[in-house]
Design a protein around this ligand. Structure first.
Ligand code: ATP
Ligand code: MG
Length: 314
C-alpha cells in the first residue's frame, strides 16, 4: 500500500447550533487505504463524511483532500471523489439505465465512457442483464449495488461509502467487499462506515468514534492488541449466568468480565488464576482462550470513554 497521504483532517469541528456533532477530530488517510469509521448511531460518521466531501462546512478546523483545502476547492475535487450516501440516493421512478445515465451526465461523461464504465462495473457485480423496471421495484441489495455503481461510475480516486451494506444479505455484503478490495488494489482510497464488525476487519485501519470524538485509530490487529493485551478468556456455563459470578471474578481481581446469556468473556492479566477459578467452579461447562474481536474492542472503548466521563468503571 502507498504511504502517501491523501486526506488530512485537523481539529475538525462540525456544529449544528450549539451541538457539536463532530468535536475536534484529527486523522490522515493514505492513498490506496481502506479506512473504516465505526461508531454507534449518532457518533458523527455521516457528518464527517459529508464535510470531507465538501457538502457540509466545517465550523472550525481544516480538511485537505489530495492537497486541496476542501472548503475552497470543492469544484476541483468533485471529479476525484465519489460519494455513496447512507440514504438511498437513486431515483426510484427511473430505471437502472436511466439512473446510471443521469449519474454519468452529472460528471459530463460521454455516452461511450458511460457504456464502458457501466459494463465494467456491472460485469463485476455479476449483472449482465440490467433490470428493466423502475428502481423502486428492486431488492435492497440490488439497489445498493446500483447506487455504488452510480457513485463510482466516473472512476474517482477517493470513494466515500456511508454504510453501503446496511440491510443487505451476506452474499451482497461479500460482493461489496470484494469490489472495495479490488478498488483499493487499484490504488483507490476507500473511506467506509459500517456497523458490521466483521466488515470492519477488512479495513486497513479503523477509527472508533463516539459522540463526535475519536476514541481510537489503528489497524484491526493493533486495536485488539492495544485493548486486549492478554487476549480474552471465555467461560461457558451450564446454565444462564448468575450476576454474582461476574461480581465474584471481579472481587478475586481476575479482571473485568462481560456476560452474555451462558457465556462470560474476560480480559485478564492473570490467566492462571482464571483457569483455577474455571476448574473449581461447579457451574463451568468449558473455558478457552479466544481471540478478541472488534466488537470486544468497540464495547471496551465505548464503556471506557463513558467511565472516564462519569468518573468510574461502569
Ligand atoms: N442537519 C443536522 N442538524 C442537527 N443535528 C444534526 C444534523 N445532522 C446530524 N445531526 C446530529 O449530529 C449527530 C451525528 O449525526 P451523524 O448522522 O453524523 O451520525 P452517524 O454516526 O452517521 O449515525 P448513524 O450510525 O445513525 O448513521 C446526531 O446526534 C444527529 O442527530
Ligand atoms: Mg450515518
Amino acid at each position: 500500500m502507498n504511504t502517501q497521504e491523501i486526506i488530512r483532517v485537523e481539529h475538525l469541528v462540525v456544529a449544528f447550533g450549539s451541538f457539536k456533532a463532530v468535536n475536534d477530530i484529527s486523522f490522515t488517510v493514505r492513498r490506496g487505504e481502506i479506512f473504516g469509521f465505526l461508531g454507534a448511531n449518532g457518533a458523527g460518521k455521516t457528518t464527517t463524511i459529508r464535510t470531507l466531501c465538501g457538502i457540509l462546512n466545517a465550523t472550525s478546523g481544516q480538511v485537505w483532500v489530495d492537497g486541496h483545502n476542501v472548503a475552497h476547492d470543492t469544484a476541483v475535487l468533485k471529479p476525484h471523489m465519489g460519494y455513496m450516501s447512507q440514504k438511498f440516493t437513486l431515483y426510484p421512478d427511473l430505471t437502472v439505465r436511466e439512473n446510471i445515465d443521469f449519474a454519468g451526465s452529472l460528471h459530463n461523461m460521454s455516452r461511450q465512457r458511460i457504456e464502458q464504465r457501466a459494463k465494467l462495473l456491472f460485469d463485476f457485480i455479476g449483472m449482465d442483464q440490467l433490470p428493466r423496471g423502475p428502481v423502486r421495484s428492486l431488492s435492497g441489495g440490488v439497489k445498493q449495488m446500483i447506487a455504488l455503481a452510480a457513485a463510482i461510475l466516473h472512476d474517482p480516486e477517493i470513494i466515500f461509502l456511508d454504510e453501503p451494506t446496511a440491510g443487505t444479505s451476506p452474499q451482497t455484503r461479500r460482493t461489496f467487499w470484494r469490489l472495495i478490495e479490488r478498488l483499493a488494489q487499484k490504488g483507490k482510497t476507500v473511506f467506509v462506515t459500517t456497523h458490521y464488525m466483521d466488515e470492519a476487519e477488512n479495513c486497513h485501519r479503523i477509527v472508533l468514534m463516539e459522540k463526535g470524538k475519536i476514541l481510537a485509530l489503528d489497524t484491526p490487529q493493533g486495536l485488539k492488541k492495544d485493548y486486549f493485551p492478554h487476549g480474552i478468556f471465555e467461560l461457558t456455563f451450564k446454565q444462564p449466568l448468575q450476576r454474582q459470578t461476574a461480581a465474584e471474578i471481579k472481587r478475586l481481581g481476575l479482571g473485568n468480565a462481560s456476560a452474555f446469556a451462558d457465556t462470560l468473556r474476560l480480559s485478564t492479566p492473570e490467566p492462571e488464576g482464571f483457569k483455577r477459578f474455571a476448574m473449581q467452579h461447579a457451574d463451568v461447562f468449558d473455558y478457552a482462550a479466544v481471540s478478541a474481536t472488534l466488537e470486544d474492542v468497540f464495547l471496551k472503548a465505548v464503556s471506557g470513554a463513558n467511565a472516564a466521563k462519569t468518573g468510574g468503571a461502569l
